[in-house]
Design a protein around this ligand. Sequence first.
Ligand SMILES: [Zn+2]
Length: 94
Amino acid sequence: MSVRRWVWCGRCERCHEVALSREPATVDGVAETPWDLRDDIAPQLRTDASGKVRCHYDDCDGAMPDLWWWSDYRDTDRTAPEAPEPGTVYTMYA
Ligand SMILES: [Zn+2]
């Protein structure tokens, strides 16, 4: 787990950092998403009472498919910082 990446949760719109075993690749011209690297990421998230993988933040019921790379979020908001503040809400439509 040598690669560190920020991910953004589309449900609570907050970020946290995850460790990956490799850089996300581009396969057939399509960049891998956090979902493609879920085997690395899911164990670093929370598991709720029913055993489902949930967002890093306790009060959020987001799940793996809600996660974006922070770099992809930044493509939608050029004013977003390179390194986000954990716990800060970064809205999609500010
Ligand atoms: Zn969340």
